[in-house]
Design a protein around this ligand. Structure first.
Ligand code: ADP
Ligand code: MG
Length: 264
């Protein structure tokens, strides 16, 4: 009899895209990550919430290899494992860095480069892709977000929302496996927040894997598949958005969510 079951997916497709195990990091005497475990599933959005100073930015930077954790491991779906206790070499850290691209709170665009130059910098200079192809792709991206007419502008002539859209395109142009967003709307005037969240919603729908540090609970509730609450360098709890945001198990989570919803 002929076998009709589809074959199981290859191992790489069943593994989380990236998982972190017991990440620890201190700055001098200050412990900032105290053993963080995190699983990032392919095609899913993980929202990270938590108070200021709790280690959210440091965690993203460790996932991206911008910061080197002191101990713990990061494992990727293709089997690459970075063991920070074993002093990973530059090649391993670079490979980790290449997996993801970061979108920053303050956009971090190059002020002396045009919008187009900002977007093609990574593909051309870092990834050594042909310039013409990178330019064509950047123009497609710009058209897609309604900024086609702004390619020759300098960042300072754009609104915050436009600059952040360029920040997101710059990350997309790297074609990373994973997008990391560090409070991407926190620096924006309130009326500009919506356009960025809506672009991020589109990216989630397209199947991008995203880790989003955010205070936008509504966004987390609607778009995230999973939410993690971090406090004082530890993941206090994590779960589906409805559970974590409406029925948290831990008092610290409950208080934090309550304060965000009722700031006064
Ligand atoms: P969050 O993003 O949650 O606000 P951070 O990860 O930025 O938190 O920072 C966590 C703690 O680590 C804070 O106390 C911060 O002052 C400290 N910290 C962050 N980066 C550095 C650094 N490069 N040098 C020294 N201390 C740092
Ligand atoms: Mg931060």
């Amino acid at each position: 009899m002929q076998r009709t079951d589809p074959p199981p997916p290859p191992l790489a497709d069943r593994r989380p895209l990236l998982s972190a195990d017991s990440l620890r990091k201190s700055f001098g005497p200050l412990p900032v990550l105290r053993g963080v475990d995190l699983t990032i599933e392919r095609g899913q959005v993980l929202a990270i919430i938590g108070p200021s100073g709790s280690g959210k930015t440091t965690l993203l930077r460790c996932l991206n290899g911008l910061e080197t954790a002191e101990s713990g491991r990061i494992e990727a779906s293709d089997g690459q494992t970075v063991d920070f206790s074993a002093r990973p070499g530059r090649a391993a850290l670079n490979r980790l860095r290449d997996r993801s691209a970061m979108v920053f709170q303050h956009y971090n665009l190059f002020p002396h480069k045009t919008v187009l130059e900002n977007i093609i910098e990574g593909p051309v200079v870092v990834q050594r892709r042909p310039r013409a192809a990178a330019v064509a792709e950047a123009r497609e991206l710009l058209d897609r977000v309604g900024l086609g007419a702004k390619e020759a502008n300098y960042p300072s002539s754009l609104s915050g929302g436009q600059q952040q859209r360029v920040g997101i395109l710059r990350a997309l142009a790297l074609r990373p496996e994973l997008l990391l967003f560090d409070e991407p709307t926190s620096a924006l005037d309130p009326e500009l927040v919506g356009e960025i969240l809506s672009l991020m919603r589109d990216l989630a729908r397209e199947g991008w894997t995203m880790v989003v540090v955010t205070h936008e609970l509504q966004f987390a509730r609607e778009v995230a598949h999973h939410v993690a609450f971090i406090d004082d360098g530890e993941i206090v709890e994590h779960g589906p958005p409805d559970q974590l945001l409406r029925r948290p198990e831990h008092e610290r989570t409950r208080q934090f969510v309550h304060r965000l919803l009722h700031p006064l």
